[in-house]
Design a protein around this ligand. Structure first.
Ligand code: AKB
Length: 317
């Protein structure tokens, strides 16, 4: 059966790049992008665009039925910083559409769902370094609580109804095509824009706070690898740990100075510092490596070079 793919949050940081890759793999006629924005012909490479508020259950069902969707990459979500400002809406947006999609899969309308979780599930009291797949989860942010609950719903629908929903705990994602928005790890994207445009940046995260991070190319590869893996090889039905690399704002500034020697950085931590302090500094992703062959191409050095090269072109600098 021909795969027909719907992406929610298709115009966001992950959505834009994932849509491009899915179009190159499945053809634009089989990829349907969706988002809250009004349609504009330059906004997506997908063959179709649906203006869709994912909390509108009726409309979500209608889009899935009309396009005979088989697979949904459900990316629409509020990130950690924004969720703290709108906790009840974050709970609604981050959970309800996921459960509704699982219901549609249970009815047989969908075959596969991808849903992103986050390193935000770990939280307070958990060791900082090399945090394993099976540790006690203790999130203290609204975002982390919603992601933990979502993971348990994924596992529940798989165990009880065989719904094939797959998930990754993304670390901070760094990319140049579409800016991130509302996350705690977003400093690692903003810093590059400011470095290329103004050769200086004020970080809202302290200089020595390490967090797990991943370059977008590796994130997209990992997502597609997980979705292609045979069902039988998957031992985790909550969400897979994914570590990428681990670095601090200071490490990143040092890397940027190799390309932009005059780059200056200052530190003015805000409310997102407390969120970062509750997250791990590095993650053990050996289970994903074993189950579906997770691997990475980008370290901090390759990432910084690629970001600066592409942003210089994008920003005409
Ligand atoms: C955020 O900072 O909120 C996200 C995440 C790590 O899930 N990038």
């Amino acid at each position: 059966m021909q795969e027909k793919i719907l992406i929610t949050g298709a115009l966001g940081q992950i959505g834009t790049e994932l849509t491009n890759r899915l179009v190159s793999l499945y053809g634009k006629e089989n990829v349907i992008a969706s988002g809250l924005e009004r349609y504009d012909k330059n906004m997506t490479t997908a063959g179709f665009y649906e203006r869709l508020d994912v909390t509108n259950t009726q409309l979500l069902r209608q889009v899935i039925t009309e396009h005979q969707i088989t697979t949904v990459y459900h990316l629409a979500s509020l990130l950690s910083g924004t969720s703290e400002k709108q906790p009840l809406f974050a709970w609604k947006l981050n959970l309800e559409p996921l459960i509704n999609l699982c219901e549609l899969a249970k009815e047989g309308l969908l075959q596969k769902i991808f849903w992103p979780s986050s390193i935000a599930v770990f939280g307070k009291g958990i060791p900082k370094m090399n945090v394993g797949q099976e540790v006690v989860l203790n999130p203290t942010t609204v975002y982390g609580i919603s992601k933990l609950a979502g993971e348990k719903w994924c596992e529940y629908y798989f165990d009880k109804y065989g719904v094939d929903v797959r998930s990754i705990r993304y670390p901070g994602l760094v990319s140049w095509k579409t800016p991130a928005g509302g996350g705690t790890t977003d400093y690692a994207v903003e810093i590059f824009y400011e470095a290329v445009e103004n050769a200086k940046y004020t970080s809202f995260i302290k200089e020595d706070t390490a967090m797990p991070m991943l370059y977008m190319d590796d994130a997209i590869n990992a997502t597609l690898q997980l979705m292609d893996a045979p069902k039988e090889s998957l031992s985790v039905r909550t969400s897979y740990n994914l570590g990428g690399m681990s670095f601090t704002p200071q490490d990143l500034a040092n890397e940027i100075r190799k390309e932009i020697p005059e780059f200056e950085i200052a530190y003015e931590p805000d409310f997102r510092q407390a969120i970062a302090d509750s997250w791990p500094a590095s993650i053990d992703d050996s289970v994903a490596k074993k189950d579906w062959g997770l691997s990475y191409e980008f370290g901090i050095e390759e990432m910084a070079k690629d970001m600066i090269k592409n942003l210089r072109i994008k920003l005409d600098k």
